[in-house]
Each structure stands twice: as C-alpha cells, then as structure tokens.
Design a protein around this ligand. Structure first.
Ligand code: CA
Length: 644
C-alpha cells in the first residue's frame, strides 16, 4: 500500500546527479547532505548555514539482511515535488506543499537492497526506507532501525518521558500522558524508556528541532526516541510488555515495503508551530463515506465524573449544548449500564430534536489492560464492532471516543486503523483517548478527529498539582504535542472548582480569559469543552458569548511570540476573522508590544484581557497606524484579540 505513495504527487521532474548528494529546500535555507562511509549511510542537516543535525546514522537491520552496513550507493535522483491539498480538520485549511525529493539507491552483493527517500521542504526534513524482496523472500521483520539524530553540543531538550508498560491506572500505560521536562541538557533517557514523539530540542539561540514520525498505520509499529549517548538520539520500537506482553516489538513488512517517515522540523519556533509535515507526507487511505461536520459540544464527565453519565444529567447537557448553539454532547463511560441501549436510543432521538449529535465513549479492550469501564469488548473484534456501529448508525449517533489502548505494537496500530475504517462505513467520527500520538491520521483517515496523548483536562479534576501547573502545560502543547496532530484536551471550563456544585473540588488557577484563549490555542476540529450548564448563570456573559461563537476549524495559523513552558502568543484565522490569543505561565506579568499586520489601521478590535487579580474584561479599540498593540498578561491569565 505504501509503494503508491512514491507516485502520488504530480511532479516537476528534473533529474540530477550531484557529487556530494546534497538536497536543498526550495527556499535554499535547509541543506541535507547524504554520504556513505565504508558502506554505512549517514546524513547531516544545516539550517541557514548552521548545523542542526550532525552526521547521523541511517539504515535498517532486518531478518533478511543488514542494511546498516556493507551498502554500495548506486544512484541518487533528485526532483521537485508539489502537492496542494485542502483539509478542514487541521491547523491550515489549504496547504501548498513543495519539496525537493531525493532517492538514494543502495545495493548489497550486487542486488537492490534499500532506497532511502528524503523530502526537504522549507521547514522540514523527512526520510523513509524502502526494502526490496530478496530472491523468493517477500516479507521481512525490521529488527532495529539505525536512524539516529546527533544534535549539536549545547542542545537543550523539551521532552515527554515514555512510561514503562503495564503501569499507572489499571495498567494502561504507556499512553503519552507524562509531564514534560523543559530546557534540560541532553544525555538522559527519560525514565529509562526514552521519550514519546514529538521531541523538541533547542540547538542554538536561533534554531529549534522537532523530531517526530508520520504515516504510521497497521503496516508498522509506533516508535519512540531513545537516547543513545550524549546528544545522540535514535529510533526505538515498542516495549516488550506493551499490550499485556502479547505481540512482537518489531514490525513485519511485505516487500517491497516502506517504513513511516522520520520527520525533522527545523528553524525558528514559527516553523515548529506552523509546520504541516505530518500531513504533507501521507495520503488518504479511504474515501469519506459522507461529508463529516465538526464543531463543539459539552461533556459532563469532566465535572460530574462517572455518576453524571445518567439519563437526566445527559438530557440536561443536551439542553446546555443546544442553549450554547453547540453541535454535540459527549457521553462518557458506563452509559451502557447507567442509561442502557434502549434509553440511549431515546436520548439520541431527543438530542436530534435539539440539533445536537451524540458521541459515545467505549473501552477499546480486549485483553491489553485492566481498565474496567464499560462498554467493553465491543470494539476489539470486527464482527461485534460492526454490529455495534450498525446500532449507532440506526440510532443517529455521531461519533465515538475510544479509550485505554494497549501501546504501539503493530497489532494495536492495526486496531486503530480498523476501528477508523469500520466507523467510516457507519458514518461515525472517531476520537481516541488513553492512546498513542496520531501520525498523519487527519489526512489518512477522513473520519479521524483527534487523540488525547497528552496530560489532558481530566488531570485538572484529579489533582491540584495539575491545576497549579495548568498554564505551564498550556504553554508547551502548541509547540510540541498539538503542532503535529489534533489534540483532544477537553478544557476551557468556566467553573471555579472541578465539582458538580462548583463549590468543592480542585481549584482552577487560570482566568476566564485563559479559558477563552485555550479554546483557540488548542486545535481539534471537534471540541468537547469542560463548561457546565451552571456557567450560563455563574460565568461572565462575555465569556459565555465568546464560547458560543468560537470556531473549531481554521484556515491559517501564525506564531507571534513565546517560549515553551513560559508563554505563547499566536493567531488563528477562519474566513476573514483572526483570533490572536496569548497565555502566560511566568510569575511576572508578561508585557509585550506585538505587531498585528493582519488587522488594518482603523479595524475595530475586541480585546479580552485580565487585570492583575485575573479579573477579565472586554473592551473595543481601533487598530492604530503602526498596527501595534501593547498587551499585559498576568501569570495564569490570557488575552484574546479579534476583529468584528
Ligand atoms: Ca487519559
């Protein structure tokens, strides 16, 4: 299936052979050099003349041959590739992609052994391997990937440690839900198991490097990044214990076959925040069965937890969604026991009369962990899954949220794909929780919406420590987790407390304007916000009004200023309306004069901002001649600037 990806772009073909195997981005800023020293392939990356990845290893060790050494370079072809595509469910609705593609062909023992394909666009370097059949041998197991990333001396790291398998709640780890370490020197290996993608590095005062992967499906495993030594990192496969110990840690491929893409986004932070590389390199795997619509909704569980998944409370949340003009309601765990299938059908009919669609929660198990929440045993088996989805279709259910997956081994990656493609047959959108990072899935699977794969809003309910660190974490995600894929965070509550009476529970430290700002900052085409029905009367009217109107799909993203874990100011556009948003996690108030060229002189701007006590207010000003604005964001506060 992957070999067709080599052909999928319309090409402006030129054919060149260069002596030193150099691949240059269309704007000339990124230079990649590929060399073979004593049979071992290496690559090197520079951005504007500065080294960002030092000479690093390439190659695969397979059970049909060692393609990390003894290789003879037999050809180097380079051409320009272009592709334009439109997607409503990522950070940018239309992407005009242009890159230099280079294919290096290697032989071993006089026979074609492996190709390495490089793609170098103006922000990103990507490469992947293609392995060929060997005589009658038409399948292989990849035992190890030699791909490494040697970063310059002085590099600091912004990383999310991989947890050990079969740990945490109900032995559900790893599920990409650990705390980031920020600005640390390189050389550690997380908690001994490396790091979850994507991984951010600062290689110099000006340059950043974001390493990730894309195009992963049931044809491979989900990978992680291991520290080899010092500043050198390498691709790691899943851990033995994942998926309750069943299944291999290594991927098997039919030949010829290609690995997923290794991606390296380089340059200033704007390149990191605005990259579309996860989507540029993949193709749609099946057609959408219908035109999927996105939007926002409410979700009782984040405030009311499991007991709230009952008929009366869900009816109240359906009414709340309708009052907000929102499109959906997400009904979480135990609905099958606490509401039941018959009354759920009734509830769905009621929701439809209100113009509200229902998303239903499911446990992905199976046999990969101890998570007891129901419905369970419904989505892990194709026969039962399709019956269940038929019931959903018959009863007008809009989508599913599937939780508690079992790691990154190949059969688990296949399960994600199987759930997605079956769900498409029944017109269902898919959200994943307790899960892996999406790797280009918004484009590969048209009914895919978003994944958790982050310490999401549930932790704000579970512990005060998460509430205290909410702004710090919020200032990380736009640079790392959320830049490579839609993030189902479930935030933007306007409650003071994470409790049903809004009088008890963990205490929210962030301001109402912060809640508004993160509704824009955190990108997912479907958002189930943590607002509660009581917010219609106990939250400021301007905040409720904003949350009624805020878009969930975007045409464009622009990074303005920020630093991971400290503060971020960025802008998203839908149509001709821009939302410039900022949040601050630093103790000192952030005072910045920002240039906003998207608003012409005289444009009437609505500004939501906080005073020093985090009390929010709204004012209207006219854009000045310099198109500049001075903003102050207190710690745990936010700002939102939008045109009428
Ligand atoms: Ca979770």
């Amino acid at each position: 299936m992957k070999k067709s990806a080599l052909l999928f772009l319309s090409l402006m073909t030129s054919f060149t052979i260069m002596a030193d195997n150099q691949v240059v981005s269309p704007d000339g800023k990124i230079v990649v050099r590929i060399s073979t020293d004593e049979g071992r392939p290496h690559y090197y990356v520079a951005y504007q003349g500065q080294e960002v990845v030092k000479s690093s290893a390439l190659g695969l060790l397979t059970n049909i041959g060692d393609y990390t050494q003894g290789l003879v370079e037999k050809g180097f072809e380079s051409k320009t590739v272009k592709d334009s595509y439109s997607m409503a469910n990522i950070k940018q609705s239309r992407v005009d992609y242009e890159a230099t593609e280079a294919v290096v062909r290697y032989e071993q023992d006089g026979k074609p052994a492996m190709n390495i394909t490089f793609r170098v666009s103006n922000r990103d370097v990507a490469f992947r391997y293609t392995i060929y059949p060997k005589k009658e041998t038409r399948v292989c197991v990849v035992e190890r990937e030699a791909s490494s990333f040697a970063l310059p001396d002085g590099t600091t790291t912004f990383l999310c440690p991989q947890s050990k398998p079969m740990g945490g709640f109900a032995r559900t780890s790893p599920s990409y839900e650990t705390s980031y370490t920020l600005d640390e020197p390189a050389g550690k290996n997380g908690w001994g198991e490396g790091y979850t993608f994507p991984c951010l590095f600062r290689t110099s005062a000006d340059n950043w490097v974001l390493i990730s992967e894309t195009g992963t499906d049931g044809g491979y495993v989900g990978c992680r990044l291991l520290n080899e030594q010092g500043n050198t990192y390498a691709i790691g496969f899943p851990q033995e214990g994942e998926m309750n110990g069943i299944g291999s840690t290594t991927p098997a491929m039919a030949l010829p076959g290609s690995t997923p893409w290794r991606t390296i986004t380089v340059g200033p932070l704007a390149n990191i925040v605005e990259t579309t590389v996860p989507f540029d390199l993949v193709e749609q795997k099946y057609k959408a069965s219908q035109t999927y619509t996105y939007g926002k909704g409410s979700w009782s569980w984040i405030i009311g937890m499991d007991p709230s998944c009952n008929y009366d409370e869900q009816k109240r949340y359906i009414d709340f969604s309708a009052a907000m003009g929102w499109q959906s309601v997400l009904i979480d765990a135990f609905w099958d026991q606490q509401i039941g299938y018959e009354r759920m059908a009734e509830l769905s009919r009621y929701a439809q009369t209100k113009g509200v669609g229902i998303f239903l929660w499911y446990n992905s198990n199976g046999s990969w962990n101890d998570a007891p929440q129901t419905p369970i045993g419904k989505l892990n088996n194709a026969r039962i899954r399709r019956q269940e989805m038929q019931w959903m279709k018959d009863n007008g259910i809009r989508g599913i949220k599937v939780d508690f997956f079992g790691g990154d081994k190949q059969p688990m990656m296949q399960l994600y794909e199987d759930i997605l493609s079956d769900a498409n047959d029944f017109g269902l959108l898919c959200i994943f929780h307790g899960c892996t990072l999406p790797r280009g899935w918004e484009r590969m699977y048209p009914n895919y919406v978003a994944s958790e794969a982050v310490l999401a809003s549930e932790n704000l309910h579970f512990g005060q420590g998460s509430c205290d660190a909410e702004a710090r974490n919020g200032c990380i995600h736009p640079f790392i987790r959320n830049t490579v894929g839609s993030m189902d965070f479930g935030g933007s509550t306007l409650n003071k407390f994470y409790g049903a009476d809004n009088k008890r529970g963990t205490v929210r430290r962030t301001s109402d304007v912060y809640a508004l700002a993160t509704a824009v900052l955190f990108q997912s085409a479907v958002q189930h916000f943590a607002m509660a029905p009581n917010n219609l009367t106990d939250a400021p009217a301007w905040a409720v009004e904003f949350m009624k109107q805020v878009p969930t799909t975007w045409d464009e993203v622009k990074f303005i200023d920020g630093y991971p874990g400290k503060y971020i100011i960025m802008a998203r556009r839908t149509g001709d309306k821009w939302f410039v948003v900022g949040i601050n996690a630093e103790e000192q108030p952030l005072k910045k004069t920002i240039t906003l060229p998207m608003f012409e002189k005289g444009t009437s701007l609505t500004i939501y901002s906080d005073d020093a006590q985090l009390n929010g207010s709204v004012k209207t000003v006219a854009q000045n001649k310099k198109q500049q604005l001075t903003i102050t964001i207190p710690c745990n506060g936010g700002v939102v600037i939008t045109n009428e």
